[in-house]
Design a binder for this molecule. Structure first.
Ligand SMILES: C[S@@+](CC[C@H](N)C(=O)[O-])C[C@H]1O[C@@H](n2cnc3c(N)ncnc32)[C@H](O)[C@@H]1O
Length: 283
């Protein structure tokens, strides 16, 4: 009997959904926080994403465009709030910062996004494979994007103990300023793997924080090439400049662990630690 009732209910919902006009694709109250990954999608692309998966609720982006869909006419017709007010309560009453959080029944990832922004680690589970997929997709589009060259973006990450920094430094427009900003957030130490210039190769110079830094200038292909930085050239600093800068920034131990003469040029693997003993630093 209950199966018959369920089947009838589903049939009625399908019929009413067919009669009801589709939800508008845009024009909802815009989300207060920026949504850069969604902003990269054209209206047509976002429409395609909305049609691609069987969404049963929707959120909006910073332009008020719909991401997802209602379940059916009359069910989840309004945008889901981001964050849900209960996550604010959970955060203030029990605390999420740095915590490992289990979210049971993540549905389409609406709460998962807000939990990820507050907790140390979120394990979101759902029994329905389509919900796991929808959660991954939604989280991808709302996840924080961080440009490490923006001091404001970097500051939003808060302090960290250890930094893993491989193959990025020389792509940055001002690698020295970046290391200064990053050092202020680094409690214990960092591993830095980067291209470097031999003194004779460092023919170009730039100014950072009122000081001149010599570098080797290498042409890059810009944003369209995933292995390039965001600009037209890379800056390879010298080993001495890097080691001196890291010492100046309060890393008592700076060790060049290896130097490699690679196909693209000279590269080093360096470890910088606040204290000379790992045990002392991790306290
Ligand atoms: C009504 S929805 C609630 C979703 C979300 N927590 C919310 O508040 O919007 C229930 C969710 O729990 C999931 N679920 C139901 N039974 C489950 C089970 N045994 N194990 C894991 N997830 C389950 C469903 O697939 C669905 O995504």
């Amino acid at each position: 009997m209950s199966r018959l009732r369920q089947a009838l209910g589903a049939q009625l919902r399908r019929l009413s959904a067919r009669r009801a006009p589709a939800l508008p694709r845009a024009g909802f109250p815009a989300l207060a926080q920026p949504t850069p990954r969604l902003a990269q999608l054209s209206d047509a692309e976002l429409g395609r994403l909305n049609d691609l998966l069987p969404w049963q609720c929707f959120t909006v982006d910073a332009a008020g465009r719909r991401f997802g869909d209602r379940a059916w006419a009359g069910k989840r017709e309004e945008p889901q709030p981001l964050p849900d007010r209960r996550i604010g309560l959970l955060h203030s009453l029990i605390g999420l910062s740095g915590r490992r959080v289990l979210e049971i029944g993540c549905f389409e990832g609406v709460h998962t996004i807000a939990l990820c922004e507050r907790a140390g680690q979120v394990i979101a589970v759902d029994a329905r494979v389509e919900n796991v997929v929808k959660t991954l997709v939604r989280c991808h589009f709302y996840v924080r994007r961080c440009d490490v060259e923006s001091a404001d973006d970097l500051a939003t990450l808060g302090e960290v103990d250890v930094v893993h920094h491989v193959g990025v430094l020389y792509h940055l427009v001002d690698p020295v300023a970046h290391l200064r900003q990053l050092a202020a957030l680094t409690r214990v130490g960092m591993m830095l793997d980067t291209h470097v210039a031999r003194p004779s190769e460092a023919q170009a110079e730039y100014d950072s924080g009122g000081r001149r830094y010599a570098y080797r200038k290498l042409k890059e292909s810009g944003v369209s090439d995933a292995f390039s930085g965001m600009y037209d050239h890379a800056k390879w600093l010298t080993v001495d400049a890097l080691v001196g800068l890291l010492r100046e920034l309060g890393f008592a131990s700076v060790t060049v662990h290896e130097q490699r003469d690679e196909r693209n040029g000279l590269r080093i693997l360096l470890f910088a630690q606040r204290s000379t003993s790992p045990n002392e630093s991790s306290g």
